[in-house]
Design a protein around this ligand. Structure first.
Ligand code: ZN
Length: 45
């Protein structure tokens, strides 16, 4: 679910997701969709 410009898109509505860095040291990022309100977080595996 990524686009040629590298921005992931919402799996529900297809809008580009915006991200917010929650924790620099752990590289924890929240991705949110402004259109449908989807929020997911990612951590390094
Ligand atoms: Zn969405």
């Amino acid at each position: 679910m990524s686009t040629p410009d590298g921005m992931p898109r919402c799996p529900t509505c297809g809008e580009p997701l915006r991200f917010e860095v929650l924790d620099d040291e752990r590289f924890l990022v929240a991705w949110s969709c402004l259109n449908c309100g989807l929020v997911r977080t990612t951590e390094p595996s």
